[in-house]
Design a protein around this ligand. Structure first.
Ligand SMILES: CC(C)(COP(=O)(O)OP(=O)(O)OC[C@H]1O[C@@H](n2cnc3c(N)ncnc32)[C@H](O)[C@@H]1OP(=O)(O)O)[C@@H](O)C(=O)NCCC(=O)NCCS
Length: 162
């Protein structure tokens, strides 16, 4: 197993793993609210546009995009970036955004997610960033894992359909 920084040539491999994430998020959305699930209907050029976004993320400044490879195949990835957010009222510290973490289904439960989380946290610390935020569906089993890793449930995002 190799953990390394993502390269632009990895985009197809990352996309395959991303599709599994999108599916598990569909399930979480469906359980939370049917109208929210319906808002996830894919546009016509879904694949092309997702790959464009992935490339942007891989090339982004102040960011870390990691992939995990087994037998030359990408089976997991993590993506984080750091932002100096300006706030008119509060002295906000540097914020680390943990944007993505996904392990292919058949490799879950084998500590790969934990290893990626450690690498991302190491990078935040190295860059003097001590506050991390992420978003996860409340009913996604991953939210339990994040709590285990020390994340607190701070903001509840709520939705309503009229
Ligand atoms: C979240 C995810 C990346 C974790 O990766 P993983 O390699 O399976 O996790 P690990 O094997 O490192 O397990 C981490 C800890 O969580 C626990 N855990 C694993 N799966 C769990 C589950 N479904 N429910 C509760 N705890 C779980 C493990 O026992 C472990 O705890 P321990 O360190 O005390 O033994 C992986 O489950 C995943 O890809 N999920 C789907 C994608 C997703 O939802 N990502 C988050 C979107 S924000």
């Amino acid at each position: 197993m190799i953990i390394r920084k993502a390269k632009t040539e990895d985009v197809d491999g990352i996309y395959e793993v991303f599709l599994e994430l999108a599916k598990s998020e569909d399930t979480a959305a469906k359980k939370a609210a049917l109208f929210f699930y319906k808002m996830r209907k894919r546009k016509k050029d879904f694949e092309i546009n997702v790959k464009k976004e992935l490339l942007k993320s891989i090339r982004k400044r102040n960011s870390l995009y990691l992939v995990v490879e087994i037998d030359n195949k990408i089976i997991a990835y993590a993506f984080a970036n750091i932002l100096n957010v300006k706030d008119n009222f509060f002295e906000v510290p540097k914020i680390g955004y943990f944007n993505a973490l996904t392990v292919k289904k058949r490799y879950r439960g084998g500590k790969i997610g934990s290893k990626l989380n450690q690498e991302i946290e190491k990078w935040f610390r190295k860059n003097n960033c001590r506050h991390i935020r992420l978003e996860v569906f409340s009913n996604n089993p991953a939210s339990k894992i994040y709590k285990k890793w020390g994340y607190k449930d701070v903001v509840h995002k709520m939705w309503k359909k009229l």
